[in-house]
Design a protein around this ligand. Structure first.
Ligand code: ZN
Length: 354
């Protein structure tokens, strides 16, 4: 009995030591809070020069801007997540894409997650989207009515890809999908667009004429009901770590064929490593991210929201005769980025034939 107790005591001691060494600490004087909790709690961006710090999957950003929940050519989804924030260049690009897409014959954009107000790791979901330079856009066209907040929480998107064959479901794919991706890839700021391998394959097999944009379209897991637009590090963000450039070729090669083997889809075996966000403390992020957390917030969300009405639904929006921002209003005090552009009431959007 005595031997057993001693052995058990030793085991406990060893376990305690291993626990301490693993970097997890019991809540106490020296416990460092996880970065996802600190960044996930932010309701508003920091008022500062727009700057991204770190990498897409390990960083934060200052001077963020939101895209309105509603605009003439877009509707944002999953509003409760408060992830409509990004670097001003990203936000303006999404707005521009929404207009260009409509001109191309797409009914309008349904917007998925961009970033948290100050970026950083998230409590749920994405590993990337941390520095305000990533945005998800649904492949589902915008309906010709305003979705209710409840619909925006619960509506599920349609996958374009057969999960068994990893090929696009042909009856769901249209030339308008191709045009939308081509348009998104056309902007010099956009470095890559992540799509499901089945979608990349469909483009490889069907795009005629100019194929130069295909090198920006990168196959990745998921991304079967939305595509992920990633822009490069922006001027002024010296602390932003760039991603390796995509190869110059169209990528319709062996690297794509690999996705149609069994290997990428094999379930992981062995012990699962913890997710990065579940161990990432402030010490893992660039040191500027502590500063970003402490920077002041803007006077209101509307003051740093681009386009539309900045209201949850059109019903809540101010009357068309009362524009939210007056012409010539100066930018947010101490903010370096441009004033929220004036948006007049949306004109009826023409829906060209698809
Ligand atoms: Zn994404």
């Amino acid at each position: 009995m005595k031997t057993f107790l001693t052995a058990a005591t030793r085991l406990v001691a060893a376990a305690v030591a291993a626990f301490a060494l693993s970097g997890f600490e019991a809540p106490g004087a020296h416990a460092e809070e996880l970065a996802k909790n600190l960044f996930g709690a932010q309701k508003l961006p920091s008022v500062a020069q727009p700057r991204s710090y770190g990498f897409y999957s390990k960083g934060c950003f200052s001077g963020g801007m939101a895209i309105a929940t509603d605009g003439p050519t877009w509707q944002a989804m999953r509003l409760s997540r408060n992830r409509r924030w990004g670097h001003p260049t990203m936000i303006r690009l999404i707005e521009r894409l929404s207009h260009d897409a409509v001109a191309d014959g797409w009914p309008g954009l349904l917007l998925g997650d961009i970033s948290q107000p100050r970026g950083g790791p998230m409590l749920t979901g994405h590993a990337s989207h941390q520095i305000g330079l990533d945005a998800d856009i649904w492949f589902t066209p915008m309906p010709d009515r305003r979705l209710t907040p409840t619909e925006r929480e619960n509506m599920s998107a349609t996958s374009l890809v057969n999960p068994k064959t990893h090929r696009v479901i042909d009856r769901l794919w249209t030339p308008a999908h191709e045009r939308l991706l081509k348009r998104a890839a056309s902007y010099p700021e956009v470095e890559r667009i992540l799509v499901n391998p089945g979608i990349k394959k469909k483009l490889c097999d069907t795009v005629t004429g100019d194929r130069s944009w295909l090198h920006k379209i990168r196959p990745f897991w998921g991304h079967d009901y939305h595509f992920h637009v990633r822009i490069g590090c922006q001027p002024g963000s010296t602390g932003c770590k760039a991603q390796e450039p995509t190869p110059k070729s169209d990528g319709c090669d062996k690297s794509l064929a690999w996705w149609f083997t069994e290997e990428p889809w094999r379930p992981a075996t062995g012990p699962q490593k913890p997710r990065a966000r579940d161990v990432m403390t402030m010490a893992s992020l660039p040191k500027e991210c502590r500063v970003v957390l402490n920077q002041p917030e803007p006077v209101s969300e509307a003051a740093v929201t681009l386009g539309g009405f900045g209201a949850t639904t059109v019903a809540d929006a101010p009357a068309p005769s009362a524009p939210q921002v007056e012409l010539g209003q100066p930018p947010v005090p101490a903010s370096a980025f441009a004033p929220t552009p004036v948006k007049r009431p949306p004109l009826p959007v023409q829906r060209p034939a698809r």
